[in-house]
Design a protein around this ligand. Structure first.
Ligand code: URA
Length: 197
């Protein structure tokens, strides 16, 4: 049993987690990172956005989604009237994998269990937006595929997940850009309905 925490307390706890993440040496990714990227946003965010892992710009600045994919993501949310500062934005792994390789299974497991689960529990969002295959698999299980689930809300253990493609893929493939836009229209209408109720 955990007593409910007030807003100020959860903000402080989230900051404590961020401090822990910046010092974390639990997997090999700490050896090559410049800095860890805990994530950012308000502790009472209704939406958590989950990417794969920091890229070069994120590793250099310590902030999530600040490169080209991040700008694209901001636009997508803005198109639905949702400002970036209302979102909590983070990644499955908090340290950049060398050469931007895909995070390995053990790295994902360690980072999720140590940090992501606690972040989500503290924030207790209405939706978690899963960007791309790695995030989808990490939260929905090994068999989850973005091509089948994109644009839908999946519920696991009482938590709502919205599945979509990764914005970096939209920068490479036009068809992904079109699909992402459609998915965000669905997300926008779901969000409005939730906010109204
Ligand atoms: N891609 C991600 O998955 N996360 C970031 O923070 C930046 C790019």
């Amino acid at each position: 049993f955990r007593a409910p925490v007030d807003a100020e307390e959860s903000c402080e706890q989230l900051e404590n987690l961020a401090r822990g993440i910046r010092r974390c040496v639990a997997c090999r990714l700490h050896q090559s990172r410049r800095q860890a990227v805990p994530g950012e946003g308000p502790a009472n965010a209704e939406i958590v956005v989950l990417g794969e892992g920091p890229g070069s710009k994120e590793d250099a600045t310590g902030r999530p989604f600040v490169g080209p994919a991040g700008r694209y993501l901001d636009q997508l949310f803005r198109s639905q009237g949702i400002a970036r500062d209302r979102l909590f934005i983070t990644n499955c792994v908090k340290c950049r994998p060398p050469e931007n390789r895909t995070p390995r299974r053990d790295e994902l497991k360690i980072c999720t269990n140590l940090w992501l689960k606690q972040q989500i529990e503290l924030i207790s969002p209405k939706f978690i937006v899963l960007l791309g295959q790695i995030a989808a698999r990490q939260m929905l299980g090994e068999t989850a595929t973005v091509s089948q689930l994109h644009g839908t809300v999946q519920t696991r253990n009482g938590q709502n997940y919205f599945v979509t493609y990764h914005p970096a893929a939209a920068l490479r493939f036009d068809w992904v850009a079109v699909t992402l836009k459609e998915d965000f229209e669905i997300l926008g209408s779901r969000h409005l309905r939730h906010s109204a109720s």
